[in-house]
Design a protein around this ligand. Structure first.
Ligand code: AGP
Length: 622
């Protein structure tokens, strides 16, 4: 998704903006641009397509753009192809073909989000004499601000709030006005935006890592709120233009946490941070050996009252939902439906106060999941967000929120946040089971005690990484890879397959092992790799026989099972053993070898592990 940054203060803005955009690269982009102004002078815009270093080179690392107030942007194209003229910043007047140069216009701005009614607004502005140079919705919204600014002459905040009333969609906007040197104005609806405060300086960004080097003091600006930044001062306004006060939050992450910590890639670092991520999440949910959901506001009475749980999520978070379904149903005896967020909103699911809708999201900003949350609330369901980013949209709009404690996750392919989400749903399932009387206090205590051993067991799996690194060299030229399993082993297969395809670009599918023979087995040919998940004792024999069906058609078999289950070696070509734990939690140890296998395969293929092609860390468009 797009990334935006802004700075006003005593120092030169351009280098700070470039540094901030670099720390937002993980959001995915195809072009970038800056607008910087030096005191009362006109702002200067410079844009570049492709990687950020092109923009840095074009501005001599920012040195050719003097000035202490500016905004910057990395664009992930949604309206209009990736091109110079469509790159941000956009201006309220005309713009040259290259998109760069002095800004004669009254307003210049950058935007992350989607303006859904930009077409009708463009028509309106055309009728009022505006002309457009780009295909973007952003140019429309910048010109609409200018339209209200000139029409009512009440100032930037008024022009912005009038625009906010008129537009439909999502936005994190940063704007500079020619008549207001040294100031930046920001507005937010649904897209992520934080405001940083420091002595004699003010910052804005799509995400904390962009400004963490400069300040830890941030404001989480709310939906339909406006910010006015000047050196050392930030003011906030509501949709009526009335000044409001927001709490200042101190970020506890170390700057280190957002760096690679000595690992070659963020993904490998984050795979190794899983023991800590799981531990920190469990520690936040288990007090004196008992699961404590007080922080979420969910009581045992609530957990008893719910007749149904619906889970909505995307990607890996949806895979957590698939695992949660088995665990919740098995331990708590409550019916659970799991739906892709992008589909959930089109279901005519009967929802009401006796339904708990759980939305799982690392970023808390995924547009499809935010939309699913809103549909659930509109239909009267009680909602719980399981999210990793404090203050994110889903966290703030859900009735209840359960924070995972994975810390900032930079690699596009999620690992530690996924594992932390699993830990969260195990804890939720155990507490729900105790509240509903489907497990005794003793069983609860035993499950919690086993849960607390997971960090150490995950750490032990990491010690075996060289075997996965070796095996990855055997499969790096594979054409297809299939991951199969039953029950929770199917849920593991889903995540293992996504990890493999999203970072190695090798086609992969996860299949319910019992379903293979209903068509897909026709794709199995000589040396096709089939990875069989064998962590559930009661399903072991059946899955193994499905693997044999593949072997008899030429497949190369990898088996993944718990320590001690050594008979697997007699049937498969390569076996991975993981420490044994309660079968409900086996996914947490079994997923680690699959993450490592995908990681090393991607490295072997010389790919951009942390920023895979076409992908973004947080998909804030629908
Ligand atoms: C997972 O590796 C992918 N990056 C992607 O599937 C991700 O899980 C999905 O987009 C959901 O993101 P969220 O958890 O931030 O909502």
């Amino acid at each position: 998704m797009c990334g935006i940054v802004g700075y006003t203060g005593e120092n030169q803005a351009a280098p700070i903006l470039l540094d901030g955009l670099k720390r937002l690269e993980y959001r995915g982009y195809d072009s970038a641009g800056l607008a910087v102004r030096d005191g009362d002078a006109l702002a200067e815009v410079v844009k570049a397509t492709g990687k950020l270093y092109h923009l840095a080179d074009k501005t001599d690392q920012g040195r050719s753009l003097p000035g202490n107030c500016g905004i910057g942007h990395t664009r992930w194209a949604t309206h209009g192809d990736p091109s110079l003229i469509n790159a941000h910043p956009h201006v309220s007047g005309s713009c040259s073909g290259s998109g760069s140069g002095k800004v004669e216009s009254d307003v210049v701005g950058v935007h992350n989000g989607i303006i859904e009614n930009y077409g009708e607004l463009k028509e309106k502005l055309l009728r009022h004499g505006y002309r457009f140079y780009s295909d973007t919705d952003t140019e429309v919204v910048v010109k609409l601000v200018d339209y209200y600014y000139k029409k009512y002459k009440i100032g930037p905040v008024d022009a912005i709030t009038r625009t906010m009333v008129r537009v439909r969609g999502s936005y994190a906007l940063a704007l500079m006005f020619k008549d207001h040197p040294g100031e930046i104005f920001a507005a937010r609806k649904d897209s992520p935006l934080i405001i940083g405060a420091a002595e004699n300086a003010a910052f804005l960004a799509s995400d904390v890592p962009a400004i963490l080097k400069y300040t830890r003091s941030v404001y989480y600006i709310g939906n339909l709120q406006v910010a006015r930044l000047s050196p050392g001062s930030v003011k906030f306004y509501d949709l009526n233009g009335d000044e409001i006060t927001l709490p200042l939050t101190e970020i506890t992450w170390d700057a280190e946490a957002a760096e690679k910590g000595g690992y070659e890639h963020f993904m490998l670092k984050e795979i190794h941070e899983q023991p800590a991520a799981v531990r920190d999440t469990l520690v936040s949910l288990v007090k004196d050996g008992t699961v404590d959901l007080t922080e979420t506001g969910l009581t045992d009475g609530d957990l008893k009252r719910f007749a149904q749980i619906d889970i909505a999520a995307c990607g890996s978070a949806w895979h957590v939902g698939m695992a949660a379904q088995y665990v919740l149903e098995d331990l708590a005896g409550i019916p659970v439906r799991v739906e892709l967020s992008s589909e959930f909103r089109y279901r005519t699911l009967p929802l009401g106060k006796d339904t708990l809708v759980i939305v799982i999201s690392q970023s808390g900003e995924t547009a499809d999941s935010l939309a699913a949350l809103r549909v659930a609330k509109e239909r009267g369901a009680e909602t719980l967000g399981i999210v990793n980013v404090i203050g994110s949209s889903i966290a703030r709009e859900a009735d209840h929120v359960l924070y995972t404690m994975a810390g900032p996750e930079i690699a596009v392919a999620t690992t530690k946040a996924y594992s932390a989400q699993l830990a969260a749903v195990y804890a939720l399932a155990i507490r729900t089971a105790l509240a509903r009387g489907t497990v005794s206090q003793e069983r609860h205590d035993a499950l919690v005690s086993e849960l607390m051993t997971l960090p150490e067991k995950i750490r032990r799996v990491l010690e075996e990484k060289e075997r996965l690194q070796w095996f990855s060299t055997k499969i790096s030229n594979a054409k297809d890879i299939f991951f199969i399993g039953r029950g929770l082993d199917y849920a593991i297969s889903l995540e293992g397959s996504l990890k493999m395809k999203e970072i190695s670009y090798i086609h992969s599918e996860a299949y319910a092992a019992g379903e293979l023979k209903h068509g897909t087995i026709s794709l199995i040919e000589n040396n096709t790799l089939v990875v069989g998940m064998l962590t559930q004792a009661g399903l072991y024999e059946k899955t193994l026989s499905n693997m044999m069906e593949c072997k008899s058609r030429g497949a190369f078999l990898m088996g993944l099972t718990a320590n001690g289950n050594f008979s697997v070696e007699d049937s498969v070509n390569f076996t991975v053993y993981v420490p044994k734990t309660d079968e409900h939690f086996m996914i947490s140890v079994a997923i680690v070898p699959l993450q490592l296998l995908a990681y090393y395969t991607s490295v072997n293929r010389g790919l951009d592990v942390d920023k895979p092609r076409n992908l973004a860390k947080s998909v804030t468009v629908e």
